[in-house]
Design a protein around this ligand. Structure first.
Ligand SMILES: *[C@@H]1O[C@H](CO)[C@@H](O)[C@H](O)[C@H]1NC(C)=O
Ligand SMILES: *[C@@H]1O[C@H](CO)[C@@H](O)[C@H](O)[C@H]1NC(C)=O
Length: 290
């Protein structure tokens, strides 16, 4: 098996040539939502026309020493690519001519999170590292309201996301009822947390309760409204959906205003370079600022 490119660089080139040949990572932190595509970028100097057969590029996941992508002397080589990445990796080759090594990962998984190292050998040799963070917001909350006796109700909220969320319960006066609730979480597929919280409470008809999924690490809250009514679950479901819809529209609006202000302040090219979510569906675009 061939020695990993990184070692090769380190042993033979790096000490001697690193002053002459410099790889840069315009954005050393990328945040992407699970299921989306992401493009990470390293740049290197190309003087004149690119000589493909003198170029070697490699992307490795540093913390686990997994090979993600390798181009050896102008030839792509997938032999040692780790199975985690199979079929989800593309290097945008036309950009190499511009001195950009752009690695695209499609359908990002939670386990893709970590530190990536891009190594480039082209005359000289150098590398940079990029930290990829993957998030999974608790976007949709499923809810249930069941009568368990006279004026007693069992309220349930359920959602999936990452990292683990806390669930906070409040009544219509915004009093904290969390201490009366029972919250448990289990791991679902791809490291997702499946969080279920139940509140059993005495209440009359026509009361409102809130369950709030608090994703502390992402500083994100998602709220569902539970309405205790005479009729059955159908009404409750639509109300929850409407709330989520309104929240999404509000988020999109605030996002575009922020983006607009930022464009004015920094000039558009700042946002368009570096790591980006590769967008196919503009309706769900969200911008994550470092
Ligand atoms: C989310 O809700 C919790 C509890 O109500 C609150 O302490 C926290 O500040 C909220 N975070 C955001 C980002 O709104
Ligand atoms: C990610 O990229 C793939 C292939 O280019 C495309 O089919 C897919 O729709 C993209 N997904 C998103 C969420 O943009």
């Amino acid at each position: 098996m061939r020695r990993p490119l990184f070692l090769y660089v380190f042993l033979f080139y790096w000490h001697f040539l690193n002053a002459l040949f410099t790889v840069e990572a315009p954005q050393s932190l990328c945040v992407v939502e699970r299921g989306n595509n992401v493009t990470m970028e390293c740049t290197f100097p190309v003087n004149g026309k690119l000589e493909f057969r003198n170029l070697s590029v490699s992307w490795e996941k540093k913390d686990e020493s997994k090979q993600v992508y390798e181009l050896h002397k102008g030839e792509e080589d997938f032999k040692n690519q780790h199975s985690d990445f199979r079929g989800r990796i593309k290097l945008l080759k036309e950009n190499l001519n511009l001195g950009q090594s752009l690695l695209q990962i499609t359908d990002v998984k939670l386990r893709d999170a970590g530190v990536y190292r891009c190594v480039i050998v082209y005359g000289g040799a150098d590398y940079k590292t990029i930290h990829l963070k993957v998030k999974a917001p608790y976007r949709i909350i499923n809810q249930g309201v069941v009568s368990t006796g006279r004026n007693e109700w069992k309220l349930t909220c359920h959602s999936e996301g990452y990292p683990e969320a806390e669930v906070i319960w409040r009544n219509k006066n915004y009093e904290d009822l969390t201490h009366k609730a029972n919250t448990r979480s289990e791991t679902a597929s791809d490291q997702l947390y499946r969080v279920t919280s139940t509140l059993t409470i005495k209440s009359g008809i026509d009361e409102i309760f809130y369950c709030i999924f608090w994703n502390k690490e992402l500083q994100e809250n998602t709220t569902a409204i539970l309405h205790i009514a005479d009729s059955t679950d159908g009404i409750l479901q639509t109300e929850s959906r409407r709330f989520v819809g309104a929240a999404l529209i509000a988020t999109a609006f605030v996002g575009s205003v922020l983006l607009f202000l930022l464009c004015i302040r920094k000039g558009l090219q700042v946002i368009l370079t570096g790591c980006k979510r590769t967008v196919d569906n503009p309706a769900s675009t969200r911008i994550y600022l470092p």
